[in-house]
Design a protein around this ligand. Structure first.
Ligand code: CA
Length: 232
């Protein structure tokens, strides 16, 4: 059971989503506006916040920015609920710390899968083992060695870091600028295009494992949650 906050002004969406999340055993709070959402988030510190972008009083992006900069709420995972036409909002959302998004109209099943994936990630213990097995891919983090189908790959230090960064955040979209910060360091004098170039080269080297890194159009990249491609 987890604490989930839904910030959404459309009451029929609230009703359906809350009903299903409660049926799954979660503790669900609901807010019809951005301000009410921020208040509930501070009071209950939910594990996951489902955040609509188009809210009557303030933008969901603004709400996300507030939540991610407040010590009491910054650890809540934020899943944005965006319309298909709001691609630019998704990009901005990731820049300001959103963790995932679901496109409206969504099925309850799809939303539940994303919520569960988010919960598993936040509850998963930090692995001690440095040896990772993921489908045909094998990574020895300590030795900085990578194999695909048993054949060792020659990766540069940067490619190795890019691969492990994506892997550690698998099933979760990483924007180009987040990758730049994590892999290259914020002071690096490189552009987001550099990320694309390196991902392309890394994919070529990964051969049979190349499909594990998905392109999320307009946003960035996502390492699959499961080697056979299903999110769960
Ligand atoms: Ca709305």
């Amino acid at each position: 059971m987890a604490k989930i906050l839904l910030v959404e002004d459309e009451s029929d969406i609230r009703e359906v989503v809350c009903f299903n999340l409660r049926a799954a055993g979660h503790d669900v709070f609901e807010a019809p506006s951005g301000d009410a959402g921020v208040q509930l988030a501070k009071t209950h510190q939910p594990d996951v916040i489902l955040l609509d972008i188009m809210l009557p009083d303030r933008s969901g992006l603004d709400v996300c920015r507030v939540l991610k900069s407040d010590a009491t709420t910054k650890n809540s995972a934020v899943i944005m609920l965006t319309a298909k036409s709001e691609e630019i909002d998704r990009v901005v959302g990731f820049e300001i710390g959103a963790d995932d998004y679901v496109t409206k109209p969504f099925s309850v099943r799809e939303l539940t899968l994303r919520v569960n994936a988010m919960l598993r990630r936040s509850q998963a213990p930090v692995p001690v083992a440095a040896l990772i097995e993921f489908g045909v891919l094998r990574i020895d983090e300590e030795a900085h060695r990578v194999w695909v189908e048993g054949n060792e790959l020659e990766l540069t230090a940067l490619e190795f870091k890019l691969l492990t960064t994506l892997y550690q955040r698998r099933d979760r979209v990483q924007s180009r600028s987040v990758l730049l910060d994590e892999v290259w360091g914020i002071q690096a004098d490189v552009t987001t295009r550099t990320v694309d170039t390196h991902v392309k080269r890394l994919r070529e080297k990964l051969q049979a494992a190349r499909a594990y890194i998905e392109t999320v159009r307009g946003v960035g990249y996502r390492f699959l949650g499961h080697p056979n491609g299903a999110s769960e």
